[in-house]
Design a protein around this ligand. Structure first.
Ligand code: AHR
Length: 307
C-alpha cells in the first residue's frame, strides 16, 4: 500500500526532523538547570529540533512562547507550567491549531484533560508526605511542641501547593508538630536566605526547617550560620530535590533529609514526543521514580551524582 493515508504514518514525513517547542519555567534552581540540560541533550540525541524558551518565572512569558510556537507550527509543544492555573485559553489555541501539548514536571489545575496529551513528572504530594513521614518518625517520642518553619516554592505552582499539602497531611498525626511560619522563597537561594533571616528574627525557638527545594534550604543555611546556629543540629533541615549542592550539604550534615525530585525528564519527554507524532497511544500520566536520602545515604550517593 502507499501508506500515505495510514493513521500511523509519522507527521512530519520521514526525513523531516520533528520540531518541539519547549517553554521552560526559568533558571531558578539547580534542579531547573539539570532539567534544561536533560531536555537539550535528549532532544539532540533523539534528532529532534528543539525550540527552547526561558520564561524567567513569569506566566505571561510562557504564554507568549506557546503562542509563538503555535505561529511557527511546531509539531509538538511541551512546557512546565510555572503556576497551576490560567492555561485554558492558550492551550485551547494550541488544540485548535492541531498541535499536541505535553506537560512536563508541573501540572495544570484544569478539568479539561483534552488540553494536553500527557503529563510527565513527579508526584509532588507524595514528596511532601515523604518529608512529613521522616519528621514524624524523628519526633515520635516528642512530648513538647516541635516548631517548624516552612519555605514554600513559587506561589501558585504545583510543587509548592502539593509539597505543602502532603507534608501537612502527614504531620497532623502528631499535634506536637507545628508549622509556626510559612512563606514563599520562590525556589531560589537568595530568597531562601532572606526569608530565613526574617524567620530567625521573629522566632527564637525554631526546631525544624522544611524547604520545598534544596536551593532555598542552602540559602537558609547561610542565614542560620550567620545567626550563630549550627544547621542540621540546632535546626533540623529537610529539603526536596537532591541536586549536587544539596547532596553535598546533606553529606556534610547540614541538611538532615532530602526527598528526591528527578529533573532528568528529557529522555521520557522525547519518547513521548515521538510517539505522539507517530500517532501512538501515550499514557496520560507518567510518574517519575524517586527516593529519599539521609545524610549517610547522601554521602554514599554523592560520588556518582551527575547533577
Ligand atoms: O517543579 C520542580 C521544582 O522546581 C523543583 O523542585 C525546584 O527546585 C524547581 O525550581
Amino acid at each position: 500500500s502507499q501508506g500515505s493515508e495510514t493513521p500511523n504514518e509519522p507527521t512530519p514525513p520521514a526525513g523531516k526532523k520533528i520540531v518541539l517547542g519547549f517553554a521552560q519555567v526559568g533558571a531558578e534552581s539547580g534542579w531547573r538547570t539539570a532539567n534544561t540540560e536533560s531536555i537539550k541533550e535528549a532532544a539532540a540525541a533523539a534528532g529532534i529540533e528543539l525550540k527552547f524558551s526561558d520564561a524567567q518565572q513569569k506566566q505571561e512569558n510562557q504564554i507568549k512562547a506557546i503562542r509563538s510556537f503555535i505561529q511557527q507550527k511546531v509539531d509538538v509543544i511541551a512546557f512546565s507550567p510555572v503556576v497551576e492555573s490560567g492555561w485554558e485559553t492558550v492551550l485551547q489555541e494550541a488544540k485548535e491549531a492541531g498541535i499536541p501539548v505535553i506537560l512536563t514536571d508541573r501540572a495544570i489545575d484544569s478539568e479539561d484533560e483534552s488540553l494536553y496529551v500527557s503529563f510527565i513528572g513527579s508526584d509532588f504530594v507524595e514528596e511532601g508526605r515523604r518529608a512529613g513521614r521522616w519528621l514524624l518518625e524523628q519526633f515520635k517520642d516528642a512530648t513538647e511542641p516541635v516548631n517548624i518553619v516552612e519555605l514554600q516554592g513559587t506561589t501558585g505552582s504545583a510543587p509548592a501547593i502539593d509539597r505543602k499539602a502532603g507534608f501537612e497531611e502527614v504531620i497532623k498525626e502528631n499535634p506536637n508538630l507545628k508549622i509556626i511560619a510559612s512563606q514563599t522563597g520562590d525556589f531560589t537561594r537568595a530568597k531562601g536566605k532572606e526569608v530565613m533571616q526574617s524567620f530567625l528574627q521573629a522566632h527564637k525557638d525554631i526546631d525544624v526547617l522544611y524547604a520545598h527545594n534544596d536551593d532555598m534550604g542552602l540559602g537558609a543555611i547561610q542565614a542560620i550560620e550567620a545567626a550563630g546556629l549550627v544547621p542540621g543540629k540546632d535546626i533540623i533541615i529537610i529539603t526536596v530535590d537532591a541536586v549536587r549542592d544539596g547532596m553535598q550539604a546533606a553529606a556534610d550534615g547540614k541538611i538532615n533529609f532530602i526527598v528526591e525530585c528527578n529533573p532528568l525528564l528529557g529522555p521520557q519527554l522525547m519518547d513521548a514526543v515521538k510517539a505522539v507524532v507517530e500517532g501512538k497511544e501515550v499514557p496520560k500520566r507518567i510518574v517519575t521514580e524517586e527516593g529519599t536520602f539521609t545524610s549517610e545515604e547522601a554521602k554514599a550517593a554523592l560520588p556518582d551524582r551527575k547533577y
